[in-house]
Design a protein. Sequence first.
Length: 196
Amino acid sequence: MKKIGYVRVSSVDQNPARQLMQLEVIDVDIMYQEKVSGATRERPELQKMMAELQSGDTIYVTDLTRITRSTRDLFELVDEIKSKGANLKSLKDAWLDLSEENPYSHFLMTVMGGVNQLERDLIRMRQREGIELAKKEGKYIGRLKKYHKNHPGMKHAIELYEAGGKTVKEITEITNIPPASFYRGLKNHKEDQINE
């Protein structure tokens, strides 16, 4: 029977120190940690932990959003943990305890999972509303293209194309510009010339 810690942050520039400190206080036997989005269960350390999970083990997380980001994934994960005779405990969500057949725990898990999903949906909705407002006010630029017209490689690729004597394949190999990006840049360049 092992105490297992699972720590996850969404990106490499985020610091897992707070989670690690909270889990070290409860003296876990083994720690799994990764820096990857929680939107999917296809996470190497999560998969490894689940493969090594044994009956009687307990997985500890600081809060449920560290181990899952959707209600459906939470239920699938809980079912898998229970089928192995193991337990999942969240330090923040103290109501969650799979060690007993507790209908209240299952009910609260459903409610909390729904609340988490609602919160994410509301964040996405506010982002969309903010973008729409910024567009109306003319402040929204959108995602910057990597290979814009002032990109040195794109400029060189168009120069080579206009000079002639080279195929598109040769140009994209010389400049390391992907063919689709080159064609898009070339189209924009021609449109700019027409509009001048």
